[in-house]
Design a protein around this ligand. Sequence first.
Ligand SMILES: Cc1ncc(COP(=O)(O)O)c(C=O)c1O
Length: 462
Amino acid sequence: MTRPPSTKQLRNWDRRYLWHPFTQMQEWEQEDPLIIERGKGSYLIDTEGKKYLDGTSSIWVNLHGHRHPILNRALKRQLDKIAHSTFLGLSNPPAIELARELIRIAPNGLTRVFYSDNGSTAVEIALKMAVQYWQQRHPDAGRKNTFLHLKMAYHGDTIGAVSVGNIALFHSRFKPLLFPTLAAEPPYCYRCPLKLAYPSCKIACIDPIEQILKRRHRELAGFIIEPLMQAAAGMIPQPAGYLNRVRELCTKYNVLLITDEVATGFGRTGKMFACEHERITPDLMAISKGLTGGYMPLAATLTTEEIYQGFLGTYDEFKTFFHGHSFTGNPLGCALALANLHIFKSEKTLVRLQPKIKAMTRLLEPFQHLPHVGDIRQQGFMVGIELVQDKQTKKPYPLEERVGHKVTMEAQRRGLLLRPIGSVLMLIPPLSTSLSELKRMVEILHTSIATVTQLPKSGAGS
Ligand SMILES: Cc1ncc(COP(=O)(O)O)c(C=O)c1O
């Protein structure tokens, strides 16, 4: 047997052959990349045996910890049957059973499941379904071929998803490729665009949204929103009642509500889906990330019978939804997703999560005394801590200063892996994280922020 390559060799090959996502490769090539070889529970272990707490749930996907025996077993069992067969013209048992389970747990009224591979494709499918639905079901409904979304929205990196996204740093270069959309101010309470405060504002930021819907609903196929928390915007939570109002307005103005639960779904906010907090049912819902417990790429777009019916007809009416991917309904992913949902039941994941959410709130309290912590935002097990240069004026750190990155590097040295968005530190632990692991994560984060932000500028973590 040939010996596996050494860490040094792997690092050299990584720098020589790879191009990493959201990464300035010129810098990467100067560094020694951390190479994760194994995982166990809330820990990631590198090729040199060093353990790190997984503070991002491997970019928001892992729910029950790494190498969970039930998930491992489900994958191996399915592998002994078949890894993949096409979903075009065929079906398979795990995909069928999973669809049934998803409809059982989804907000009431969602009745159909369309599979794909990742969050971006789940969003693309929702957008395409919405446009085609209006064309076929209500040809007299006007030219309903664009979308309303919030500013700072993030719905993925494919062109349709970028079109309804609004993060200048990521998206502005691709403007020539994007379709036109309408964007509304998000309820960013820390920097309220209306200079009001919740709850006395009575969610006044919803009024401009109603104005847009009133004037432009004839053009709007849908309103796409990350329910409860705009995650990649830097964890911008929506105040209680906001989503409910959005639902009411979409119904009133005959615009489909698309909720993107890619980040918020599967317990992240403390309930199975964020929509449940406001007891609403969207017309379309995109899910991915946690769907397989964070093991494999799988996504789904769920919709209502009303929308599904809009696609029915004889073949020669050509109402078919002409969309599909090579790995649609992949049996390995679906078997994992079924096991994931089984764990939610057998381990009472959501019940056991509640005290940990409360503990997280308590553990985060001391952060408010740090001189450069501007805002602490939490929804369930999703946390964003916004660092600011000046706490009084809320003056942001210049992006070039990379304060979030410096804190992340400091935390990594101390055994916690994070991924910031600009100056917002994000903590998104696996739902299975124990109380003591959670305490350790928060402790490291606190020390790392204090170390980096209180050092004289030239020495800050670099
Ligand atoms: C809300 C939301 N939608 C869509 C996506 C895109 O998912 P994916 O990276 O799987 O394409 C993400 C990814 O972070 C997300 O947070």
